[in-house]
Design a protein around this ligand. Structure first.
Ligand code: SF4
Ligand code: SF4
Length: 377
């Protein structure tokens, strides 16, 4: 067998579910599209500023000849979580599947290292390689599409023929010359289920995503969440799977069944009241190994408050009253909002007391809004 075939066989042995190769050619059309999206403020802050760089593998690695793209499936044999009753009775929130198990950057990163070592051993030479897995310097999805890992769905995800879009992508740009694979044909056809199901309208049209309206991004962002998205978050604690859950190509998929991506018990739908009071220690204990380990605890606490407001369950009142005196303004503000959403008029007294001692203007505004809302009851 040749080097490319040997590498692909080795990739399967080390637990990668798919491996394809594309050229190091640039993506000029995509660069234009990204520039357009940037002007319209549709790009999230996670997209690197230098659009020329991220769309040109040869700018990333001088002398690049090919790009190896790999995928690991993160679908596992667990029931789909769509039982609203479960969220209601347990005051639970929902974590998107990508964050259920061990941090995929780490899992994929280790496998990519193994692949690079394999190539060095096989060729007997030091190869140049620049890795990527979500946080890297390039456009993972465009490379995956051109390499034929899957086709691009109207929800902008890459859909693998066997594993659906429940896949992590990664790879590396290299100076090695390898056999190139071909893209595969899209299968969305007339379907628009993802666009119709998107709770915020972030999927504006086929293949057009406004990331700044996407709950997958908003729930991970820092700071205050705009009022217009709070109810739409529902019980989403981290990420949003809706446009993937409704996709017909994601229903009867093969599971990678990688133990690394399994959630422990109910960890994928944690009880949210304890999350309001996360400490550094409990945050590390609960989320330290997962893909939720990079943002710190504040967004989780804020999202927990919003979920409690959306669940509208009086059992949460006591916890949210405590939230009004949290040291972090963002937690105090969102706790005030959640208390007003639950709508028990008796908490007006707590909100007024909090307003008397509050020093942060944005929190004061939220407290006033919450009081106004309760006064209308
Ligand atoms: Fe819409 Fe959620 Fe998909 Fe974002 S992740 S586009 S909010 S359905
Ligand atoms: Fe394509 Fe339909 Fe899946 Fe959206 S839901 S990605 S339109 S097949």
């Amino acid at each position: 067998m040749g080097l490319t075939a040997d590498m692909k066989e080795y990739a399967v042995q080390i637990g990668l579910d798919e491996i394809k190769i594309t050229t190091a050619d640039p993506f000029p059309q995509l660069e234009r599209l990204l520039n357009n999206l940037k002007e319209r403020e549709y790009l999230s802050s996670f997209v690197k500023d230098d659009l020329k760089l991220i769309t040109s593998p040869k700018e990333v690695l001088d002398g690049a000849r090919s790009v190896i793209v790999v995928a690991m499936a993160y679908s596992i044999k667990e029931p789909m979580i769509d039982d609203n009753q479960d969220y209601k009775t347990g005051l639970r929130g929902k974590i998107a599947r990508f964050a259920w198990g061990k941090d995929y950057h780490q899992v994929l990163g280790e496998k990519l290292e193994q692949l690079i070592e394999f190539l060095q051993q096989e060729t007997g030479q030091q190869i140049e390689a620049v890795k990527f897995s979500d946080t890297g310097p390039t456009v993972d999805r465009a490379l995956a599409r051109r390499a034929g890992i899957g086709w691009q769905g109207k929800n902008c995800n890459i859909i693998h023929p066997q594993y659906g879009s429940w896949i992590f992508l990664g790879g590396f740009i290299t100076d090695l010359e390898l056999e190139i694979d071909s893209p595969i044909e899209g299968k969305c056809g007339d379907c628009r289920k993802c666009i119709e199901a998107c709770p915020t309208g972030a999927l504006e049209d086929d293949y057009l995503l406004n990331s700044n309206q996407c709950l997958g991004y908003i729930t991970l962002s820092k700071g205050y969440i705009d009022h217009k998205y709070r109810r739409k978050m529902g019980t989403r604690l981290w990420g949003c799977d809706t446009c993937q859950e409704v996709c017909p190509h994601n229903q009867e998929v093969a599971t990678g069944d990688h133990v690394e991506f399994k959630s422990q018990g109910l960890a994928s739908r944690p009880a949210v009241t304890p999350l309001l009071k996360l400490t550094d220690e409990s945050y590390q204990q609960q989320f330290g190994q997962t893909a939720m380990n990079w943002r710190g605890k504040r967004p989780i606490q804020r999202n927990a408050a919003i979920i409690l407001g959306n669940l509208k369950d009086e059992r949460a009142i006591f916890h949210l009253q405590d939230g009004l005196s949290d040291p972090k303004p963002v937690v105090r503000a969102h706790s005030a909002w959640a208390l007003a959403e639950i709508g028990a008029v008796r908490v007006s007294k707590d909100l007024r007391q909090a307003l008397e001692v509050e020093v942060d203007q944005q929190v004061k505004d939220e407290l006033k809004l919450a009081l106004e809302k309760l006064n209308k009851k």
